[in-house]
Design a binder for this molecule. Structure first.
Ligand code: FAD
Length: 316
């Protein structure tokens, strides 16, 4: 069966959900081989990858890989492409995944597709382009297809794979060693899910009105087990931290449910959220462009609608 490489995203040794999604997707096209780069590999990680269908797990966890930034991952994948001749490579369409994809495409003289929201027979990717304004189906015609898939594009499904471990040594080039990690600062991990991985995102915009008022958005998010997002108007105003900005110059999210409260729906905001499966808009202006995109809309003041919604959710 054709081998498909899946680059594992992991934090502190834990496999991220998006990797399980990529393994699920890879299984529909061939035989998934997970590729682990960096420290933290353990029997638990191996079991997790096998549980979601990894037939093989290539492990490159030499200390040197942790000392350098993204380039070594591209070198590792390039090495595996030449050794194993896989049918394709899947990475997560995260900031790091997309950088790896770009570097790998250059190294292997291959085509690359980013921001895929689906992948089918013959490695035909459904891709969101032009800031999310157009969906197209595209296929790589040169080299080994490299596809960066957005988190939450597929529901991860466990199907046991062999999980056979294969150790890999990577000979890092001078280019890979050019940038060096000098310090790692651990971010405080909140109780909420990570924005790009969350199944539900509740976002607030200028209509929220102030930093204090974001408590209303957070309450609804917590009642749903959701992540909190914000429009650029809200982050630029200093009402919510920039790391939570959704959109063209912020994060791209593709959750099952996206609730936009007090957000007009500018093209730059849509670019980051319009592949959400279901969109609910709460806006006091019935002409707000977000309603063109929304599956469900509530015309009203968010300061009344959102607390009522939270109350209803909490009753259940
Ligand atoms: P507004 O457009 O001001 O809309 C506020 C909405 O809230 C209105 O529709 C209003 O009717 C509604 N409202 C007001 N009060 C209430 C209330 N009490 N109850 C209910 N509704 C209410 N934007 C992003 O979001 N993300 C990006 O990544 C991004 N990148 C950009 C990159 C570039 C190069 C540029 C030029 C712009 C970018 N923008 C981005 C900005 C974008 O163009 C918009 O300005 C921004 O998205 C507007 O945010 P907003 O919808 O919160 O505010």
């Amino acid at each position: 069966m054709t081998e498909i490489l899946v680059l594992v995203e992991h934090v502190d040794g834990a496999v991220k959900k998006v990797t399980l999604e990529l393994l699920t997707l890879a299984r529909t096209l061939g035989s998934p081989s997970a590729v682990w780069a960096g420290p933290g590999y353990s029997p638990d990680a191996q079991a997790r990858l096998a549980e979601y269908g990894a037939e093989k797990i290539y492990v490159a966890d030499a200390g040197e890989l942790a000392d350098h930034v993204v380039a070594p991952k591209a070198e590792l994948l390039a090495q595996l492409i030449s050794a194993a001749a896989p049918a394709g490579v899947l990475v997560a369409a995260t900031a790091e995944g997309k950088e790896v994809a770009g570097r790998l495409a250059i190294k292997t003289d291959s085509g690359v597709i980013t921001d895929a929201v689906g992948l089918g027979e013959g490695f035909v990717a459904e891709q969101s382009i032009f800031g999310g304004g157009v969906n197209v189906k595209s296929r790589v015609r040169k080299g080994t297809p490299i596809v960066a898939v957005r988190p939450n594009s597929t529901a991860p499904q466990p199907v046991a794979g062999a999980g056979a471990e294969e150790r890999v040594e990577v000979a890092l080039s001078d280019v890979a060693k050019a940038a060096h990690v000098v310090e790692r600062v651990k971010q405080e991990k909140g109780a909420r899910p990570e924005l790009t991985e969350a199944s539900i995102v509740v976002s607030g915009g200028r209509g929220v009105g102030s930093a204090e008022n974001f408590a209303v958005i957070e309450k609804l998010a917590d009642s749903l087990g959701a992540a909190v997002g914000a429009s650029r108007a809200a982050t630029d105003a200093g009402w919510y931290p920039h790391q939570f900005q959704v959109g063209q110059t912020g994060k791209t999210v593709s959750p099952q449910l996206y609730i936009a409260a007090g957000i007009s729906g500018a093209i730059q905001h849509r670019a980051g959220m319009q592949t959400a499966k279901t969109i609910i808009a709460i806006n006091k202006d019935p002409e707000a462009p977000i309603f063109e995109l929304a599956d469900f809309g509530v015309v009203g003041d968010l300061h009344q609608v959102v607390p009522q919604l939270t109350e209803e959710v909490e009753k259940r």
